[in-house]
Design a protein around this ligand. Structure first.
Ligand code: AMP
Length: 539
């Protein structure tokens, strides 16, 4: 073999901070702080603070490989942790602030977090379990309200530590295979599992996100990450945007529709990323009180399926282009994107919305296949459903501290996503369900996702979740749980509506009306809770 003669230059995250501070030193990072005031600083300031953080961590006794957790909203401090912790050789572990005490305790113990950075408004969520967190040696607090104190033991204050630290620092991440980040899956099936990213995988993912075929942010963009920084590394946007020097806007705790609408208008945001629930809320807000959101070129949505009707409504009512993407914590997270391709240009508007409602093509860097229950590969014909398996530069190879995991990994080196999909001849993927959410009635599959999308496109329905419930005759039957918008949701009307698209046996056996569909910590409909409610006779 003749080896290539190019440099073996490590794929490590310090490259991004250095590049941004040299190429775009005056571009800014803006945060809406808890009190509503804006705080803005430059990439040059950011670079200095990330270096200070390296010294802070060293002074706290953080060693390479240690896990350092964050418990925070999206803000500039959290962005500093995103870079400063891995560039000091440690692992940034983003804790989901919406987990139960039991889950939080499990994750912190499992990860053996040594230090946790905690934001003031979130203290009440972690203080009650602090006496059980034996691995944690220090809590570093920031954004405390005037006069706020804490019952946590071994506390330091972030800004005090930063003020005392030098901004001269030698990065401690010279090996690209080092772990850089740890994120636990949201745990809709069983306990959460840890995904341990390396510098290399995250750098390649960042290059992946920067492709025009993916999200492709540039220096000219103003990016708003509504997706929490604890949800799959905010989908890689912070790293990608920093590398090219895009303006980054962080919403802090202000995630309600009205402040988000104001923020997009005020900052002339071009790329905004969030889950469908967020964009559903924003849409209704904008209908009630219009704002100018015409600056948005990509309203990025993922995490759950974006209903086609909402994609259409954004474009029709506000001229806003929705970019539907699919990913997983296990994929850092970007897997596929539904941007139109050349052959779609001749479609009419309805045809284009059909395409945009799919989960899209796999971005370069991700390899995919679909298989049946016996692991046999299935055709890409747009009709055959199978389990999606993936592999690639930024796909998990093993969960943290779980060895010989035949349930999630195949013998020939693929990761089993648990998503049931079809892929058409041009590589466009459509998710029909999670393996555990499919309804099997009389031996036939019913897609809960298809039913939900159709129901939510009905003007009387705000949210819809379909679950499988046991049935003596058919094995399972679909049950629809609805949060109505206003009146008009009687079963007969909804049945007639569904019959426009689906066969009769797909009709839900019942429609149950609730005030709000329960959500997971990252804002997805929590069908595990609905199934439990049903089992407990609460529905
Ligand atoms: P998480 O790791 O929490 O982001 O969850 C990943 C799972 O969310 C995937 O396996 C899918 O089941 C689901 N998901 C993510 N994006 C989409 C999407 N655009 N449409 C439908 N489901 C999605």
């Amino acid at each position: 073999m003749l080896s290539g003669l190019m440099m073996d230059y490590p794929l490590t995250l310090n490259t991004i901070v250095e590049h941004a501070s040299r190429m775009t030193p005056r571009k800014t990072i803006k945060t809406k702080q808890p009190d509503g005031a804006w705080r803005e600083y430059s990439y040059a300031d950011f670079h200095r603070r990330v270096k200070k953080l390296g010294n802070v961590l060293e002074a706290l006794g953080v060693e390479p490989g240690d896990r350092v957790a964050t418990f925070a909203w999206n803000n500039y401090q959290h962005l500093e942790f995103y870079f400063g912790i891995p560039c000091a050789g440690a692992v940034v572990h983003t804790l989901n602030i919406r987990l139960s005490h039991e889950q939080l305790k499990f994750i912190i113990e499992h990860a053996e977090d040594k230090v946790i950075f905690v934001e003031g408004s979130l203290l009440p969520l972690i203080e009650p379990i602090a006496d059980q967190l034996k691995t944690v040696k220090r809590y570093v607090l920031f954004n405390l309200a005037e006069g706020q104190s804490s019952s946590l033991p071994n506390v330091s204050h972030y800004e005090d530590l930063m003020a005392a630290a030098s901004d001269e620092y030698d990065w401690r991440c010279d090996d690209e295979t080092m772990a850089m980040g740890l994120c636990y899956t949201s745990g809709t099936t069983g306990m959460p599992k840890g995904v341990l990213y390396s510098h290399r995988s995250m750098m390649l993912h960042t290059l992946g996100v920067l492709q025009a075929a993916a999200l492709g942010p540039t220096e000219a963009d103003v990016a708003l990450a509504v997706v929490p920084q604890f949800h799959a590394m905010a989908w890689g946007l912070p790293y990608a945007c920093a590398w090219v020097g895009a303006t980054i806007v962080m919403p802090g705790p202000h995630l309600q529709p009205a402040p988000l609408a104001d923020m997009i208008e005020r900052e002339r945001v071009t790329i905004a990323a969030g889950v469908p629930t967020i964009w559903n809320g924003l849409y209704h807000e904008l209908r009630q009180k219009p704002r100018d959101i015409s600056s948005v070129t990509q309203l990025v949505v993922g995490g759950s399926a974006m209903p086609r009707g909402l994609i259409e409504a954004y474009e029709r009512d506000f001229g806003v282009n929705v970019v539907h993407a699919w990913g997983m914590t296990e994929m850092s997270p970007i897997g596929s994107v539904a941007k139109l391709q050349t052959r779609h240009q001749e479609l009419d508007a309805h045809g284009r919305w059909d395409i945009k409602a799919k989960q899209g093509y796999f971005v370069p860097g991700v390899d995919a296949r679909i298989v049946d229950e016996d692991g046999k590969e299935l055709p890409w014909d747009g009709a055959t459903m199978g389990e999606l398996q993936v592999r690639g530069y930024w796909v998990v190879g093993q969960y943290y501290k779980i060895e010989n995991d035949r349930q999630h990994f195949t013998d020939d080196g693929w990761f089993r996503t648990g998503d049931v999909v079809t892929i058409d001849g041009d590589g466009f993927m459509t998710i029909t369900d999670r393996t555990k959410d499919l309804v099997k009635s009389g031996g036939e599959w019913i897609s809960s996702v298809d039913l939900e999308n159709m129901l939510i496109s009905h003007p009387a329905v705000l949210e819809a979740a379909v679950i499988a419930v046991p049935d003596e005759r058919w094995g399972e039957r679909p049950l629809a749980v609805l949060a109505p918008l206003d009146g008009g949701h009687d079963p007969q009307t909804l049945n007639n509506y569904l019959l426009e698209r689906f066969p009769k046996f797909w009709l839900p056996d019942a429609y149950i009306v609730v005030d709000e569909i329960p959500k997971t910590g990252v804002g997805k409909m929590d069908k595990k809770v609905l199934r439990q409610w049903h089992a407990d006779g609460k529905l």
